[in-house]
Design a protein around this ligand. Structure first.
Ligand code: NAG
Ligand code: NAG
Length: 342
């Protein structure tokens, strides 16, 4: 770099115009010499203490508000995988779930603890289920989900890509392992309707799963992994599949099953008739049924509130500690005799 800029202006065409050159030169110097206007905060004790205090004063109320929102959400969680195996089979649950001749029906009674306002979301929750496993996550073919049999490069779907020489739609392990327990609800012998429409993301339904792609040769192998699909319904309307194929990031996850669009009163008894088909027994997974209302912050989750309260309290404690320190050992600012090398 040449600092006086003479060669730049010579290259610019020879017409020497002094004002432009000197202006350029000045800007050049301001920047490289770090003389541009800037803010140089001096962290005096007053500033530091005020900042910590302010952080505390903002975070603690925000924490309490979100904690309150989360605690207003009413949730019923029922683990059913153990109880839904009849007594004589409890010692060998895997044999029970694999035996096609035994009935898998099961009834659970849920007691509503607090009033629940519609819509009440019905989820199934799986624990210890690693949908995030690298090979599982990749075992799908998005082009095929959108274009169907027209798209034939399904090598990513191995080992669930074809059966008896015919391709499978939807291919891959994720689709193959589709959850297949079903739930119906009743209250005082009247069926509680569960709305199973619009449970998947709209963008998935419209842009990722084809409207004219129909299940083909699906779940036809000798080893059945999960639910079958109705071959007359296009993939874009198979919402359970769409929900299932949005794989969960953590080994404990909930997936939406439907919505109950009636209020439930406290102390009511809800009967759940479920068909316990899905095999989580061979890998020690748990199955739960969750009914939950929704607050303005979403479902029940105390984490945000507690985290805010902890951060806020820490800030206040630090502010008080610094204030005491400052009161106890005050000293003048900018006194060079305090420099460490003196
Ligand atoms: C896939 O389709 C293309 C053209 O549609 C065809 O040339 C190719 O042979 C097919 N591949 C397989 C494995 O069927
Ligand atoms: C449900 O899925 C299990 C695998 O988890 C399978 O063995 C069973 O045959 C399936 N049952 C139905 C009715 O789809």
């Amino acid at each position: 770099m040449d600092l006086d800029g003479s060669s730049t202006s010579a290259a610019a065409g020879g017409s020497r115009s002094v004002p432009i050159r000197s202006r350029r030169q000045k800007a050049y110097y301001l920047f490289t010499q770090q003389n541009l206007p800037s803010c140089k905060p001096v962290l005096t004790p007053g500033w530091v203490i005020t900042t910590f205090l302010l952080t505390g004063v903002i975070f603690i109320p925000v924490g309490f508000v979100s904690l309150h929102a989360s605690q207003n959400v009413v949730e019923i969680v029922e683990r059913y995988d153990a109880e839904c195996v009849p007594e004589p089979f409890r010692s060998n649950k895997v044999a029970y779930i694999k035996d096609n001749s035994t009935s898998k029906n099961c009834t659970r009674i849920l007691k509503v603890q607090k009033n629940m306002k519609a819509p009440i979301y019905v989820y199934y929750q799986l624990d210890n289920y690693y949908q995030n496993h690298r090979r599982y996550v990749k075992c799908r073919n998005d082009q095929q989900l959108l274009y169907g049999l027209k798209y034939n490069d399904t090598s990513s779907c191995k080992p669930e890509e074809s059966n008896d020489g015919l391709p499978i739609v939807p291919c891959g392990l994720i689709a193959w392992s589709l959850f297949n327990d079903t739930f119906t609800f009743s209250r005082e012998r009247v069926e509680l309707k569960v709305n199973r429409k619009n449970i998947a993301w709209k963008s998935d339904r419209e842009h990722k799963f084809g409207k004219d792609v129909y299940p083909f040769n699906f779940q036809n192998g000798t080893l059945i992994g999960g639910a079958k699909l109705d071959p007359s319904v296009p993939l874009s309307d198979q919402e359970d599949l769409i929900v299932w194929m949005r794989t969960a990031a953590l080994p404990s996850f909930r997936k939406l099953y439907g919505r109950i669009e009636e209020d439930l009163e406290a102390d009511e008894l809800i009967s759940v008739y479920l068909v316990n088909n899905y095999n989580t027994y061979s890998f020690g997974g748990k199955k739960k049924l969750v009914l939950s209302t929704k607050g303005w912050l979403g479902g029940k989750n105390d984490f945000l509130g507690i985290a805010c309260i902890i951060v806020g309290s820490f800030s206040i404690v630090i502010a008080i500690f610094f204030a005491l320190l400052h009161v106890k050992n005050p000293r003048p600012y900018g006194d060079p005799s305090y420099l460490s090398w003196n």
